[in-house]
Write a protein that binds this ligand. Structure first.
Ligand code: BES
Ligand code: MN
Ligand code: ZN
Length: 498
């Protein structure tokens, strides 16, 4: 979908969207459209009882007095609440009205409500971002187009008083959207098509944007002593890989890089601690953490971020089979610590144990953030609204919470403490990989903390937000893969870069 910014709406026949706030009424472009249509907007508003609540939309098809195919009055909510997440959601809601139908072009008149928390250029850019993110489809496997109709628009124009300022605000957001789309594509891809090897070949194209790519195979990982990661993959016919992506955008490389670490289970069957049939559904998406850190690096590269960052993704597949790891096996991690694997389905923490240790040992990062679809328990606790945030460092946690609020990728901080850590005590090794029934997301995080060393570290459990079922759970994405985390990490980087 093409996004353009213009001073004046074209004289086209496409759809035209104007805004109205709950507390300030029709905005200037809406007033103008109202006059042009001899008061149709005002009358329609009254008939429908439209008050301008955020995300509320009123459509007038084929209005007289204009060649436009339809007018949309878009509710912007209360002026004081109006920031970037709201504008993105509103634009996405508008796009949702264009599934099927004859409209291919939409013009959005950007009127900044007085007192809004963003300037006009930012408003235009965030409306564009909401529209673009919502337009995503994954339909490469449909040979028949008889399912739900996709959004039919191919051009969105935003009219604004200073198009070049809007374009400047848009450039980094467009980079972010490309990172999100890459992450969604990787997560949506079924596991028969996308294993560790295919993940790696897919992202080879990132090198043309200046990203340095390294791939460690099983031989190299064995040499490094990554017994935990390798143990998870040993039941699969596919070779496990450790993917290392580096974006070195800082001017002088004086500061240590940021490190992003991702769980990359291309499929999680549970291994010999086999999941139920229903529990195995969606487990092609168990590499969403790896996809998000990959998408974030692409976003940094595309916007030429002046910062050094590295992403480490542990890519593997958790399968049962003759060679599979058994419950009660003991593995030795790269850190030297040993783990008793009581449940082969608690595999994400095993993969991350080696990936985290490797990241801090090799790169000595400023801080380290891991993203993982780690526990079903976090879905029970927080649903699809917030991801679970765990951190050994309050400054990093606060930065993430702020970046989450700014991007709409929100988190809720969960506790870590020695009392929870104790629950990992093993009878024969340094720790076991599962504790009791209670506090499942927390004990998983405690496990990871043992592999973060002294580095400021945060863990984000994205099991509830990476691929929520039902299209309404994430307003900026169609059903399933959201690409959650790309925007958060890009924003975090932007907030700390020099
Ligand atoms: N990948 C799953 C977690 C998951 C569950 C993600 C549901 C998304 C939706 C993870 O590897 C897992 O199996 N976790 C177990 C841990 C348990 C064995 C301690 C879980 O949550 O049941
Ligand atoms: Mn599992
Ligand atoms: Zn898993």
């Amino acid at each position: 979908m093409q996004i353009t910014f213009a001073k004046q709406p074209s004289a086209g026949t496409g759809a035209f969207a104007v805004g109205m706030t709950e507390d300030g009424g029709l905005l200037p472009a809406a007033e103008k459209a109202d006059r042009m249509t001899e008061g149709a907007l005002t009358r329609a508003r009254k008939v429908a009882g439209f008050t301008g609540k955020a995300g509320e939309i009123l459509e007038i098809f084929a209005p007289t007095g204009t060649k436009r195919s339809r007018l949309l009055i878009v509710g912007l909510g209360k002026t004081a609440d109006f920031g970037s997440p709201q504008s993105e959601r509103i634009a996405a809601a508008v796009l949702g009205r264009f599934k099927g139908g004859a409209d291919r072009e939409l013009t959005f008149a950007v009127d900044r409500p007085r007192g809004a928390r963003l300037n006009e250029a930012e408003l235009a850019a965030h409306l564009a971002l909401g529209a673009l993110l919502k337009s995503y489809t994954f339909d490469k496997y449909r040979t028949r187009k008889d399912g739900e109709k996709p959004i039919a628009l191919n051009k969105v124009t935003l009219t604004t008083s200073d198009p070049s300022a809007a374009k400047a605000a848009w450039a980094p957001l467009e980079a972010e959207a490309k990172g999100v789309f890459l992450a969604r594509d990787l997560v949506n891809e079924p596991a028969n098509v996308l294993g560790p090897d295919e993940f790696v070949s897919r992202i080879k194209a990132l090198s043309k944007h200046g990203v340095k790519i390294e791939v460690l195979g099983e031989k190299e990982m064995k040499r490094l002593g990554m017994g935990a990661l390798l143990g998870v993959g040993q039941g699969s016919k596919r070779e496990s890989k450790l993917l290392v992506l580096r974006w070195n955008g800082a001017k002088k490389h004086k500061e240590a890089p940021l490190a992003f670490v991702g769980k990359g289970l291309c499929f999680d069957s549970g291994g010999l601690s086999l999941k139920s049939g229903a529990g195995m559904m969606d487990m092609k998406g168990d590499m969403a953490g790896a996809a998000a850190v990959t998408g974030a690096i692409l976003a940094l590269a595309l916007r030429k971020a002046p910062i050094d960052a590295v992403a480490v993704a542990g890519l593997t597949e958790n399968m049962p089979g003759g060679g599979a790891q058994r419950p009660d096996d003991v593995v030795k991690t790269m850190s030297g610590q040993t783990v008793e694997v009581l449940n082969t389905d608690a595999e994400g923490r095993l993969v991350l144990a080696d990936a985290l240790w490797y990241a801090q040992d090799r790169f000595k990062p400023r801080f380290m953030v891991d993203l993982a679809t780690l526990t079903g328990a976090i879905v029970v606790a927080l649903g699809t609204e917030h991801a679970g945030l765990f951190a050994n460092d309050d400054t990093l946690a606060d930065r993430l919470i702020a970046a989450g609020k700014a991007t709409g990728e929100t988190m809720w901080r969960m506790p870590l403490s020695p009392a929870y850590d104790k629950l990992l005590k093993s009878k024969i090794a340094d720790m076991k990989n599962v504790a009791g029934r209670g506090a499942g997301s927390i004990t998983a995080a405690q496990f990871l903390q043992r592999f973060a060393g002294k580095t400021p570290w945060a863990h984000i459990d994205i099991a509830g937000v990476a691929y929520p079922e039902g299209g309404e759970a994430n307003p900026l994405a169609p059903d399933w893969a959201t690409g959650w985390g790309v925007r958060l990490l890009d924003r975090l980087a932007a907030d700390v870069e020099g």
